[in-house]
Design a protein around this ligand. Sequence first.
Ligand code: M6R
Length: 614
Amino acid sequence: MCGIVAYLGDENAYPVLIKGLKRLEYRGYDSAGVAILKENDIALHKCKGKVSDLEAHIGDASTDGTVGIGHTRWATHGPPNDINAHPHVSGDGELAIIHNGIIENYSTLKEELINRGHKFESDTDTEVLAHLIEEVRSNTDVDLFEAVRISLNEVVGAYAIVVMDRNNPNQLIAAKKSSPLVIGIGEDGTYYVGSDATPIVEYTKNVVYLEDEEIALMDRQTGLKIKTIQNREKTPYIQELELHLEALEKGGYDYFMLKEIYEQPRSIRDCFRGRMNLQKGMIRLSGIENFEDKWTNAKRILIVACGTSWHAGLVAEYLFEDLARIPVEVEYASEFRYRNPIINEDDIVIAISQSGETADTLAAIKMAKKKGAHIFGVCNVVGSTISRETDSGCYTHAGPEIGVASTKAFTAQVTVLTLMALTVAQKRGTISPERLHRLIAEINSLPDKIEQTLASNDQIEFISEIYKDASNALYLGRGFTFPVALEGALKLKEISYIHAEGYPAAEMKHGPIALIDEEMPVFVIATQGQSYEKVVSNIQEVKARKGKIIAIVTIGDTEVKKLADHVIEIPKTDDVLVPLVSVVPLQLLSYHIAVMRGCNVDQPRNLAKSVTVE
Ligand code: M6R
C-alpha cells in the first residue's frame, strides 16, 4: 500500500514524478504529494485525493527542480487529509521523506522525540521517521546517509523510504524493509525510484531491487552505493527489466479492468506457452522439475493466500486432490501466520499472490520456511518479494494487472495451478496418459473458449442493467465452481459496493435461503458436468422462493433455460477447467453493474491493489 517515486537527474523532476504516481495509484489513492528541490528550497505540494487532485491543487505553481520525491497514500495512521499526505518534512525543514509501510514502534519513538522538544504536525508514523533522522543528525557528526542508516536501526516495522536533503541536490537516499523498492539506473548519474518498476520502465531497463534492511545512496557524481543498515557494504545487483510500456496503458478501453478481462485469452496462452507439449502430452514446469522428490513425496500441500488469490487456492485444492491425490489445505495467510499451525518438513507450501508483495502471505511463508517446509511461489510480478523469498515457483505471466479488482491474474493463477497439478499427477502416476493428453488439448483450446465467452458481452451488459440496483446478491456454485461463486461475489462487492455472498449451492438451504425473495438476484454456475443435476435442484429451490436466477450454463443447455430468468452460455469444457471459463461472465457482470452505478471501477473506495500492511 502507498506508492513511492523519486527522481534525480538533469530533467525536471515533476513530470517524471506525476507520471510515476499515476502508474502507482493502484497502491492507494487517499492523498498524493510531491517535494521538489530547487536552490536549497523544498517546494512541497500535497493534498487529499487522487493524483489528478494534486495536479489541480498545484495548478500554475512552480514545480521546477531536477530532484524530487512523490507519494500516493493508502491511509494507515491518521485520516486521509492534506496534513497526513506525504512527503513529510523534518522539524528543521532540512529533509523531506516519503514512506510506504508501517513503523510499528512509532508511538514510543514519537513520545521520546516530543520529550526532546520535537513538534509534530501530522498523525502519521512517517513524520516520526523524519524527526528521528533529524535528531540523530543533530546529535552526531554524520552525514545524512549515516543518519538515516543509524535511525533505521531504531525502527520496528516495515518501510520503503526515500529521503531528500534540502542542502544536497546531488543525492537521494532510499532504504527498504518488507515493503518493495526498485531503483532505476539511467545515464550520467540519473536515478529513478519506484515501489515497483512501472514508473521507471520508460526511462531505463537497468534496475536494482533493494533487499530488506538495505540502504542506498544515489549520487550524481559517485554513483550508487548500497549498504545494509548494519553497515555492511553490498555490490548492487543490476537486473534487466522485462516489463513493456504498452502493457501499462489502457489501450482504448474505458477502464483497465475491462482491458484486463479482454486480455484473458492472451494471458492464459502466455501462461501455458512453452510449458505444455501437445504432441507428446507432457507438461514441464522447471520449478517442479528441480524439486521433483519434494513433490512426489509430499505428504500434504498447504496453500496460503489472500482475497482472489485465496479463491485460486481453493480451485487448486480441488485440482491437486482430484488429479494428484495429495491432501491440500487452503489457508487465509492472515489466519495461518498467527495460529501456530502444524507444518512439517515434507509439506509443500504454495504461496499465491498476484503482486508478490502481500504482507500476510509473505509473513506466512517466512514462518513456514523456518519450520522446514518447501516453499513454492505462484506470483505475477516478476522480481517481487514473495517470488524472491520462495524456494522455487512459477510465474503466471499475466502481464501487469492495474485494475484493483483482480481478473486476468486469477485466471492465470488457476492456469498455472492446473499445470502444476497435472505435472505432479504425471510424476506420481495418478493420471492416465490419455486423460493427461485430453486435458492438455483442452487447456490449449481455452483461449478460444474464453474469446467465445467474451462475445456475450452485450447480453451480459443487458442483464447488468436489470440487476444494477440490487442491494444484495447470492452466488452459487458446486465442486470446482464453488470458488468461482466466491470470486464472483467478491468482484461484485469490491467494485459496485453491492453486498454479495458466495456459497456452495447445497449449503444454501442451511441458512442463506432465508434471504431469498423476488428482489434477490441469484447467480448460479450451472454448467454440465458432475454436479449438474444437483445444481438444477438448487435452482428449483430458489425459484420456489421467487428468487431471480441468472445462470451460467453450457452452450445448448435446455433444462436450466426453462427455470432461469436469464442464462449466459459458455462453451463446454472439462469439469476441472470450468472455473477458467465460467468466471469470465461474472467478471463482466460486476464490471457493467459498477459502471452503471457510477463507481470508479479501477480504484474502488478504501482498497489498494497491493496490501503491504497486515
Ligand atoms: O497481490 P495478491 O494476489 O497477494 O493480493 C491478494 C488480494 O489483496 C487481492 O486478490 C484482492 O482480494 C483483490 N482486490 C481482489 O480483486
